[in-house]
Design a protein around this ligand. Sequence first.
Ligand SMILES: N[C@@H](CCC(=O)N[C@@H](CS)C(=O)NCC(=O)O)C(=O)O
Length: 214
Amino acid sequence: MRLYYGAHPEQGSGMPGAPPTLQLHYTPRSHFSRKVRILLDALQLPVELFDAGNVAESDPAHFGPNPLFKVPTLVDGAHVVFDSDHIAAHIVRRHDPADRFAVLTAEPEALNARAVMNGVMTAEVEIILAERTGIDTRGLQRFEKLRESIRGGLAWLDARCDRVPQDPSYLAFHFVAMWDHLAFYKTIDVRFDRLQAYAQRWAGLPYVARSRPI
Ligand SMILES: N[C@@H](CCC(=O)N[C@@H](CS)C(=O)NCC(=O)O)C(=O)O
């Protein structure tokens, strides 16, 4: 499926009727894709979206140029970029030199938080895709460890909740993508009230709300 998303497509190349220069292979519920989509929308950069469908499948035709059969992948003219954080960095280097949402931060605590969120998101993907392909993951040591790592990662984030930026930032976009996905799939049964409040803080922003998983 192909659709335009974000600011008006005509803003893409400056030529009326021309498609945007950015193309994103994604799925509507993919949390890794969503952090990129929120960033693009916050920057008002139009993007053409290509839905990969069921990411548990391995038909190369669905994943664009990505040899790992994963989303997201960005195509920006002659540039192809894999991996959500590399994509975010590419977007701001090329299209937002002011880096308004601190994508290019080198601050260790922010990078650790990103690593933890990516770890939680990866663990969740493994559990969901295993279940989707017929594996009953309950009680299997490997998957119980993944569930425990999600709990551990969230507890780590919760303990640092009062130190995170209070303005919209890529860290917040990353967080909300992770949080809403966990809530949508109900992967683990835990409560973190401070994280919930942090997610709530961003939920009303139009560029966050528009890509919420449904
Ligand atoms: N490190 C990658 C992870 C991407 C990823 O795992 N994407 C999931 C969807 S949210 C996927 O396509 N999984 C397919 C698979 O693992 O087979 C990134 O940050 O983009």
